[in-house]
Design a protein around this ligand. Structure first.
Ligand SMILES: Nc1ncnc2c1ncn2[C@@H]1O[C@H](COP(=O)(O)OP(=O)(O)OP(=O)(O)O)[C@@H](O)[C@H]1O
Length: 453
């Protein structure tokens, strides 16, 4: 940030005004102060070009919320961050719903405060995110819930900036899809997009994967290797499962994020790398910080902006549209007619808690598409064990489908094998079961997979 950014602080506590002024001036912001709302309004009237207002919520006389509502009329684009004390957080949350940019709780962490200010200023006036929300984009279905519409707007705003982004959410909610979407909508979209799965890469290998190495740096380093960070130069680096990296790797990542320089394993010289960083995790980083297993300073570096994708069970209104979307995709890919999902199956889908989130729903619909008859997915075509068993036992199956559960399972296995031309691994993937379970069932039902090749 440059000295050009002007921040107006309003707080009735002179100590807070002083501490904030010191902290912000040290980060090159120009600071103006007011000890009450009236003072802030005077400054805003007299001085042009204030970039951000940092306001206390509880002040004698006119409070922060009232000030915020009033200045909305004359300065609708001025971003406001609220300072909240214990007890006023609900007010701050309400203020965000009304359009405030963010809030920070007292006593605040200096680094977090600066990161938030930088992020808000970076987003200000980007002029995006005000249009209608498209239903889907590049294979990603945004859904109909208010929370996903809001996420879309934020993603569009964030994408055009250089801010680092931390994406949080359970496994399968679509974190990697959102990261890709940010890159595709960013000015870096024509540059490399490198994905690193920090969770599944063994710690010993991750360092050389990320930073690269020189020939001879260790036993198996038979030639020089460019790391993924360097490969992402001028583009975007997506660090998936960042919550799983070792303490040593956290230190190295922090140094990289601070200086934007890397040193290959075995090298003496450092190389500058310009890449935007997006990280994701399904871990509870706040808890990991409390437990001392994740560095707080790294956390703040990563979370210029945090995007949280809620689990599917918390946005039930997205289940049916997503299921239809996947059914439609399946039809297109396999050249079949549009699949339908029966009302009874929709009910089953909407009642399931989806621990595997959208990934589980997608697999369920794809397996249902293979198993269904006459292009209609019924409850018994859904590979959701508890519900499926119940549906088979209790539903009004037509006579031709009135199989025993075992017969129905055998039939399912055969249909999946037919679909995957006898390849048991692919059939297992289709049904969402392990390869071992597939071998077991093939033996149990005495099925010969080679017949379906
Ligand atoms: N809104 C969506 N529209 C279409 N497909 C989606 C959506 N959300 C998730 N998916 C699909 O679900 C699967 C999982 O998505 P993704 O890998 O982005 O999730 P994730 O949160 O990164 O999971 P993990 O934490 O396990 O890595 C992918 O096949 C993806 O295409």
């Amino acid at each position: 940030m440059t000295a050009a950014y002007k921040i107006l602080i309003v707080d009735d506590d002179p100590n807070i005004l002083e501490v904030l002024e010191e902290r912000l001036s040290a980060s090159n912001f120009k600071v103006l102060k007011a000890k009450n709302a009236a003072g802030a309004e005077q400054i805003l009237k007299a001085k042009k070009g204030i970039d951000l207002l940092l306001s206390d919520i509880k002040m004698p006389g006119k409070g922060g919320m009232e000030l915020f509502t009033d200045i909305r009329r004359s300065l609708p684009d001025l971003p406001v961050i609220f300072l909240t004390a214990y007890g006023t957080i609900p007010d701050a949350v309400d203020a965000i719903k009304l359009g405030a940019a963010d809030y920070i709780s007292k006593p605040f962490d200096g680094l977090e405060l600066i990161e938030k200010i930088n992020a808000v200023i970076a987003l200000r006036g980007t002029g995006v995110g005000t249009g209608p929300v498209p239903l889907f984009e590049s294979g990603f279905y945004w859904g109909k819930s208010a929370v996903m519409k809001h996420l879309y707007t934020t993603v569009k705003k964030v994408a055009v900036t250089e801010v680092n982004v931390l994406i949080l959410g359970e496994s399968g909610v679509g974190k990697e899809c959102i990261a890709g979407c940010i890159h595709k909508n960013s000015p870096r979209k024509k540059q490399p997009y490198m994905v690193v799965d920090c969770g599944s890469t063994p710690a010993g290998i991750l360092e050389s994967e990320l930073f690269g190495h020189l020939k001879g740096a260790f036993t198996h380093a038979v030639k020089d290797k460019v790391g993924l960070i360097e490969a992402a130069h001028s583009g975007t680096l997506f660090l998936d499962e960042i919550g799983n990296i070792s303490h040593d790797m956290q230190c190295r990542m922090l140094r990289f994020l601070e200086d934007k320089k890397i040193r290959q394993v075995g090298a003496v010289k450092e190389t500058s790398v310009d890449c935007r960083v997006i990280a994701a995790t399904n871990a509870d980083l706040a808890q990991a910080i409390d437990e001392g297993s994740f560095r707080q300073d790294l956390y703040y570096r990563l979370k210029g902006i945090t995007l949280t994708i809620p689990p599917l069970r918390e946005r039930k209104e997205d289940i049916y549209p997503l299921a239809e979307f996947f059914a439609g995709n399946y039809g297109q890919i396999h050249g079949t007619d549009q699949l339908r999902i029966s009302d009874a199956a929709v009910k089953v889908l909407e009642e399931h808690p989806w621990p595997g989130n959208v990934r589980e729903l997608k697999n369920t619909i794809e397996a249902g598409a293979v198993l269904c008859q006459n292009q209609v997915i019924e409850p018994w075509d859904l590979q959701i064990e508890s519900i499926r068993a119940n549906a088979v036992l209790t539903s009004d199956l037509p006579n031709s489908q009135a199989f025993s559960i075992a017969q129905s399972e055998k039939d399912t296995i055969i249909r999946a094998l037919k679909e995957s031309r006898g390849v048991q691994k692919d059939a297992a993937d289709l049904l969402g079961i392990s390869k071992r379970a597939m071998h077991y069932k093939v033996r149990k039902y005495d099925i010969d997979p080679t017949v379906y090749k």
